[in-house]
Ligand binder design. Structure first.
Ligand SMILES: [Zn+2]
Length: 114
């Protein structure tokens, strides 16, 4: 299990599973926030502190809830659904504790042109 937080520590969370890869998307939103995203089933994510500090940003089709800390602005994860309706969470692995980012294979996704 991995644990993580926003920058100020108001929001803490844990994620079950092992990081197999990170999605690096070039869309206008992901590139600005510098995300490296790990997709997990929604049930694998538990917000352990500060759920009430999380604010939601949506854009485009408003299909994904981008959840960020209202205090420090860090976005630890986003919530959405797969095309088949399965609830998913996209974890910003930069907000996880003790992850060697250089050891995680990165998969480039061309979100800019969608
Ligand atoms: Zn914070």
């Amino acid at each position: 299990m991995k644990s993580g937080s926003c920058h100020c520590g108001a929001v803490r969370f844990s994620v079950d599973g092992e990081i197999d890869k990170a999605i690096e998307c070039n869309c206008s939103h992901c590139s600005r926030k510098g995300f490296l995203l790990w997709f997990v089933p929604r049930d694998a994510l538990q917000v352990t502190a500060g759920d009430d500090r999380l604010t939601t940003y949506t854009f485009n089709r408003h299909a994904i809830q981008h959840r960020f800390c209202a205090v420090c602005g860090v976005q630890p994860f986003g919530l959405g659904s797969m095309p088949d309706g399965t609830s998913m969470a996209a974890i910003n692995i930069r907000a996880l504790d003790n992850v060697d980012l250089d050891a995680v294979p990165r998969v480039a996704v061309n979100g800019r042109d969608f």
